[in-house]
Design a protein around this ligand. Structure first.
Ligand SMILES: [Zn+2]
Length: 289
């Protein structure tokens, strides 16, 4: 890894609360800081993980930032209960500074800890018809409900979408004028798909390890269709480690490899990639880091 320049970037999507990091989370965060990672955004996937995301963020105040929501692959028969739990956690989180732990939700095994970092977004939410359409109708309803939260609370969306872009865009179109913005995370599509998503003016694409894969078409698709200021960096750690770490557990420090490849693809310096993607992340999430 090149470590000559003092780069500064934001990892906008990292499951740092996952058990894959239980043994060495402090070291992972230490390496992220050393590599120039200025902040890490943590998406939840269900009600239980909302608690672990908040807990992890409270351990790294001002560095790790929570995003709360129900992931499409976690949508099952109990999706309504999950959403009502998550909604309760979100409203408690928003008001928590003035509350004490005895007001934690009944479903919570532990009191919620006060997040020193503000809630950044609703996420990750979306549609995933890749493995199965078993809960497709429920996914559509759960996603639309969370899109309404985004509008009501004016919190951006962290969106996961696989094999469902047309359905996803149809829902977003209904709220297009009122949406505060967000990220289409782990974008891997073609030029037409990129254009379809960029029609939403306050939304950007999340780019991570896939960009570095040998067969990826992103190094051609992105510069041809996506202005550099419509991209944010991400890991999706522990998944999607970039080349040359492919197959290993991913972590925020590895974003450096994505920065290199993006700089090459756009024909700009690594500093410029970091500068623009950091400004974009700050704009979308309204954070100052
Ligand atoms: Zn994710």
């Amino acid at each position: 890894m090149k470590n000559l320049l003092p780069l500064r970037f934001i990892d906008t999507h990292c499951h740092l609360d996952g058990e894959e990091f239980d043994a060495d989370r402090d070291e992972v965060v230490g390496r992220a800081r050393e590599a120039g990672c200025a902040a890490i955004c943590l998406p939840a996937i269900d009600a239980k993980s909302c608690r672990s995301v908040l807990d992890t963020c409270s351990r790294y105040p001002g560095y790790c930032y929570p995003m709360l929501g129900l992931h499409p692959e976690e949508v099952r028969q109990d999706w309504r209960e999950q959403l009502s739990d998550i909604k309760q956690i979100i409203s408690l989180t928003s008001h928590l500074s003035s509350l004490t732990s005895h007001l934690s939700p009944l479903t919570s095994p532990q009191p919620l800890t006060s997040p020193a970092s503000p809630l950044l977004a609703i996420g990750e939410v979306g549609l995933d018809f890749y493995w199965s359409r078993e809960f497709a109708d429920e996914q559509l309803l759960a996603f639309e409900e969370q899109v309404r939260w985004s509008v009501e609370m004016q919190l951006p969306l962290m969106i996961h979408c696989r094999k469902a872009q047309n359905e996803l865009v149809a829902i977003l179109d209904r709220y297009a004028d009122d949406l505060p913005g967000g990220v289409f995370h782990c974008f891997t599509g073609n030029e037409q798909e990129a254009r379809q998503l960029l029609r939403f003016p306050r939304f950007v694409l999340g780019i991570g390890g896939v960009l570095t894969f040998k067969k990826s078409h992103l190094p051609e698709v992105l510069p041809a269709t996506v202005p550099l200021d419509r991209i944010v960096l991400e890991t999706d750690a522990p998944y999607m480690a970039p080349v040359p770490m492919r197959g290993q557990r991913n972590e925020s420090a590895f974003v450096r490899h994505v920065v290199s490849r993006l700089a090459e693809a756009y024909g700009v310096g690594e500093e410029e990639v970091c500068r623009q993607t950091t400004l974009t992340a700050q704009r979308v999430f309204d954070i100052r880091v």
